[in-house]
Design a protein around this ligand. Structure first.
Ligand code: NAD
Length: 517
């Protein structure tokens, strides 16, 4: 759904929003916007509930949390219906982008939890090893605010939430006002598995609720959404000195080298540009193909795009492209395509909205684009394949890096080594070789954007531990009455320390391998 309209306030003065489906325009839901007082009350409940949850052994937390998968699988038909009503995406997309991604994320993180979140005794380096023992304690932060967008409203809520829960935190989840019921499901599966009610709570509303949550007194914000909102959140978090991760927008480049498997590249270009109606942060938004293979690549893309099944408003379960998820995305997409047309791009296929029944945009192929066009500079977030020819791979890398965004990217070549070398030169948080849009799902890989695409990284061991305070506990080994460097300092103290510098660091001793580790 996601035609969002204001309704009359509730008798107690709360703002209310009405939601209509973008597939059918039928009213489907209403939400009451949580205000500052509601957020404060939820935070108080979360703080109280977190004490027990945080002191539950991590293995026990993992066992409870993993149970969410069973509930999810059993109730997936109902969940898929809700996600589709919330967004307009196809059944296949609801399964791959949301259901499978969420199952995989819960399964993976609950399997890592004991290994990565239990106390661990770490070896100290040679200088300290005989003297001190280091115990690393991964201490829950407390209450974590999770704020999520509308394009993957279930999976993008589940992934940070499950990590925060496993780390022993309570979670206040603020899902997008555009897809609120998918957010409810992200809490429901954990409640049904046995996570206490107040340990994961959902706060509904728009920016008003999100802003109230950020400044309510939580210990961390995990945000996924637009650059503009991300910057506001960074400022609010800085004022309170709380950490945040910001997973923001992208304008991902795809580089098609002369030696690419053009069949795979064409298939990949189409799918990764238009799946999920093009509403994918790390979807392909710009394609650079080297001149020598451009004719053949463009021919293949056009031929294959004509075969993509698009039913638009004539609802058809086999349609491969869903509705737009949010009414306000339409003018952005239309504006970018119009701007490209006016500046000389060739719109080969599509290029128009289809709003007779629901709210759709035809899958669109645009050629001869360049960097004067919004289509190559701003996040379009629509079902558009945009192709620009470049002289060679050097020019492709230069153009790919000519962007204020740097979320993800891809290189298409038959030579993996070359692909990896080009990937290293791309200013992008993650890069794929002969694939795209998948790095967020490679859960052991840190995920995050360069430049305007974000701050901090999620996923990977460090992402999971990012929901804890990593507290080193230093334990003395010998329990002697005093230490050599404590008081009293005598006339010999400085001399002894100086001798130590001389004999340890002034000789070959320092080069011994065990001295350096
Ligand atoms: P958005 O920034 O408008 O909203 C995201 C969330 O923030 C929503 O829940 C919204 O209600 C809330 N919000 C709005 N104003 C707020 C404020 N002042 N304080 C706190 N919260 C506030 O983004 P969107 O339109 O929902 O999502 C689309 C954007 O998300 C795109 O730019 C897309 O690229 C990006 N995105 C990024 C990733 C990633 O992992 N990098 C993943 C998915 C989407």
């Amino acid at each position: 759904m996601a035609i969002v309209e204001p309704l009359a306030p509730s008798p107690d003065g709360h703002r209310r929003l009405g939601l209509r489906s973008t597939s059918s325009r039928e009213p489907i839901h209403e939400i009451t916007v949580s205000n500052r007082d509601d957020v404060a009350a939820a935070l108080a409940r979360a703080k109280a509930a977190q004490r027990d949850w945080g002191s539950t052994p991590v293995a026990e937390r993992a066992k409870i949390v993993r149970g969410a998968i069973d509930y999810l699988v059993e109730h997936r038909a109902e969940l898929i219906d809700t996600i589709r009503a919330d967004t307009g995406k196809t059944r296949a997309e609801a399964l791959m982008v949301e259901v499978i991604a969420a199952c995989d994320s819960i399964n993976h993180w609950s399997a890592c939890a004991v290994r990565d979140l239990s106390d661990e005794v770490r070896k100290t380096h040679a200088f300290m090893r005989p003297l001190k023992k280091l115990v690393m304690h991964y201490r829950p932060l407390g209450v974590v605010g999770v704020i999520t967008p509308w394009n993957g409203p279930f999976a993008l809520s589940v992934n940070p939430t499950v990590q925060a829960l496993l780390a022993g935190n309570a979670v206040l989840l603020k899902p997008s006002e555009v897809a609120p019921r998918s957010g409810d499901w992200a809490a429901r599966i954990f409640h049904e598995a046995g996570v206490p009610e107040d340990v994961i709570q959902v706060l509904h509303g728009d920016g008003e609720t999100g802003a109230a949550l950020v400044s309510a007194g939580v210990q961390k914000i995990s945000f996924t959404g637009s650059v503009a909102t991300g910057k506001k959140i960074a400022l609010a978090c800085a004022e309170q000195l709380i950490p945040c991760t910001l997973e923001l927008g992208g304008k991902d480049a795809m580089i098609v080298c002369a030696d690419a498997d053009l069949e795979r590249a064409a298939n990949g270009a189409i799918f990764n540009s238009i799946f999920n109606t093009g509403h994918v942060c790390m979807g392909v938004e710009r394609i650079y193909v080297v001149e020598s293979v451009a004719d053949e690549f463009e021919r293949l893309v056009e031929q294959k795009m004509r075969e993509v099944r698009y039913a638009g408003s004539n609802s058809d379960e086999l349609s491969e492209i869903g509705a737009l998820f949010w009414d306000r995305q339409l003018p952005i997409i239309e504006g970018h395509v119009q701007d490209a047309r006016e500046k000389g791009a060739e719109v080969v296929l599509g290029g128009e909205a289809d709003t007779h029944g629901g709210l759709f945009y035809k899958p669109t192929l645009v050629r001869n684009v360049d960097h004067t066009m919004d289509l190559m500079r701003r996040e379009t977030f629509g079902p558009i394949v945009s192709i620009m020819r470049v002289k060679d791979e050097e020019e492709a890398i230069r153009m790919a890096n000519d962007s204020e965004y740097g979320l993800s990217g891809s290189v298409w070549t038959r030579d993996d080594e070359k692909g990896i070398e080009i990937a290293k030169r791309m200013e992008a948080g993650s890069v794929h070789v002969n694939d795209a849009s998948i790095s967020y799902g490679v859960l052991e890989a840190p995920f995050g954007g360069m430049k305007q695409s974000g701050l901090g990284q999620v996923n990977g061991k460090h992402g999971l531990r990012g929901y804890t305070f990593q507290q080193p506990i230093i334990v003395d080994r010998w329990k002697r009455k005093t230490e050599q460097h404590w008081y009293p300092h005598t006339e010999k103290t400085a001399e002894e320390l100086d001798q130590m510098v001389k004999y340890v660091y002034g000789t070959w001793l320092k080069k011994l391998p065990f001295m350096r580790k």
